[in-house]
Each structure stands twice: as structure tokens, then as C-alpha cells.
Design a protein around this ligand. Structure first.
Ligand code: ADP
Ligand code: MG
Length: 238
């Protein structure tokens, strides 16, 4: 296991949690479908970034994760690509409806970026992505959600509005991502996050990503996630 320790060190990865899976070296190591591999190649991604190397095997095995790495380190693909695998693995249950993957981000700009990134990997699989954030007509969003989707990318406030309007149900939601958790906290979204999490089945997989990990965010993470593995890349602030 010394080689695993050395490899983590070379990528500036630190982990804590029980029996953490070894980081991958290539996208091929992850066993992604050929459609997913071609979508990855189409992006020009040659190899996984450090956070992706360690997050992919953990997330693909269904384990909750706290991922901490600075801006620009490829956190979006670290949760979007395994989300596609998660969705494709679900048995088709016709009576169930609503998104399987739910991603919360602090601002509409960020939610929009994640929406675009998700679409690139979702489209080849026929997976539908809806964006739910302010600045767009609520009626249009309501109609789009009613038409159905497998992934929702949302800001917390607007997602709660849509849930209140019964535009969607969380019955099928089993993959929850809280992105830029530190910023969501700074913007005062903690009550909204707690409300959304409370509406999603407890047997979900939960992923929390952040550039920094202040104590209050760590505390929320420990409450919302189940036995998470914590992965840190490089030096990060508290
Ligand atoms: P973060 O969320 O950590 O701030 P992003 O997910 O926004 O980072 O990614 C930053 C940039 O890196 C984006 O332009 C993205 O397309 C690119 N990127 C992500 N993964 C890879 C990869 N494996 N190889 C090369 N570029 C990547
Ligand atoms: Mg990001």
C-alpha cells in the first residue's frame, strides 16, 4: 500500500475515512461506458484531475464524499460523470417520476455552468437535465419540470419554490450534490439546504464539494452525509 500512499502524495491528496479506495490513474480505470468515454474525450480531457482521481472510485462505489479542492480543480466533472453512471444504473420504474440527480449551487451563474457541463455528459445517454434558478420565468420552469427530467441543477431558493408548486417530486432522487457548500453557507442558504435535504430519501448518496471547509460547513456535512470519506487536494483554507 506504500505505492498508493506515494501516488496520493504525488497528487497532493489527503483522505480520511474507513478503508478509502485507491485513486485511479486514468479514465479507463473507471470502467466508464463507451458513450461516456467519447463525451470525456470530446471535452479534451486526457486524464482525471487529482480530485477526480480520488473522487471517481469513491463516488462510483456509492459512498458519500466531502471533496475539498481549490477553484479550477475539476470538481464539476468529479460529481457529474459518476452521476451519469448512477442514473444509468437505476432500474426503470415507470410509476416513479422526478429527478434522480439533484445538484444545488449557490448562484445562478454557477448553476448554469453545471447545467451546461451536465448536458454534455447526459445528452449521449438520453438523460434530461433541467435548470432551476432565478431570472427565468417560473411558469416556464414549472412546465419544463412537469415534462420530466433525470437531473435538476438548482439554486436552493428556486428549487424550494418549485417543490412548493409541486412542479417535481423527490421520490426518485438518490444522488444529491451540494456544490460550493462554503458559498451557500455564506449566502445564508443553510435553512433552504436543510429543507431540501429533508425532502430527499435518507438512503440517497450525498456529495458535498467546497473550496474551503470552515467548521460550520464541516458540521453541516457531518449531519447530512452518512459515513463520508473526506478528500482534500492541496492546501485549503478553513
Ligand atoms: P472547480 O469546480 O473545481 O472550480 P471546474 O469543474 O469548474 O473546477 O473545472 C475547471 C476547468 O477544468 C473547466 O474548464 C473544466 O472543463 C476543466 N477540466 C475538468 N476536468 C478536467 C480534466 N480531467 N482534464 C482537463 N480539464 C478538465
Ligand atoms: Mg465548481
Amino acid at each position: 500500500e506504500q505505492d498508493v500512499a506515494d501516488y496520493r502524495k504525488s497528487l497532493a491528496i489527503r483522505v480520511s475515512g474507513f478503508d478509502v479506495l485507491r485513486p485511479v490513474k486514468t479514465f479507463e480505470d473507471c470502467g466508464f461506458s463507451s458513450q461516456l468515454m467519447s463525451a470525456i474525450m470530446k471535452q479534451g480531457y486526457e486524464k482525471p484531475t487529482p480530485i477526480q482521481c480520488q473522487a471517481f472510485p469513491i463516488v462510483l462505489s456509492g459512498i458519500d464524499i466531502i471533496g475539498i479542492a481549490k477553484t479550477g480543480s475539476g470538481k464539476t466533472a468529479a460529481f457529474v460523470i459518476p452521476m451519469i453512471v448512477h442514473i444509468m444504473d437505476q432500474p426503470e420504474l415507470e410509476k416513479e417520476e422526478g429527478p434522480i440527480g439533484v445538484i444545488c449551487a449557490p448562484t445562478r451563474e454557477l448553476a448554469h455552468q453545471i447545467y451546461l457541463e451536465s448536458k454534455k455528459f447526459a445528452k449521449p445517454h438520453g438523460i434530461r437535465v433541467s435548470a432551476v434558478y432565478g431570472g427565468m420565468s417560473k411558469l416556464d420552469q414549472f412546465k419544463e419540470l412537469k415534462a420530466g427530467c433525470e437531473i435538476v441543477v438548482a439554486t436552493p431558493g428556486r428549487l424550494i419554490d418549485m417543490l412548493k408548486m409541486k412542479a417535481l417530486t423527490m421520490l426518485r432522487a438518490t444522488y444529491l450534490v451540494l456544490d460550493e457548500a462554503d458559498r451557500m453557507f455564506d449566502l445564508g442558504f443553510e435553512p433552504q439546504i436543510r429543507s431540501i435535504v429533508g425532502q430527499i430519501r435518507p438512503d440517497r448518496q450525498t456529495l458535498l464539494f467546497s473550496a474551503t471547509m470552515p467548521r460550520k460547513v464541516e458540521k453541516l456535512a457531518r449531519e447530512i452525509l452518512s459515513d463520508p470519506v473526506r478528500v482534500t487536494v492541496g492546501e485549503v483554507g478553513m
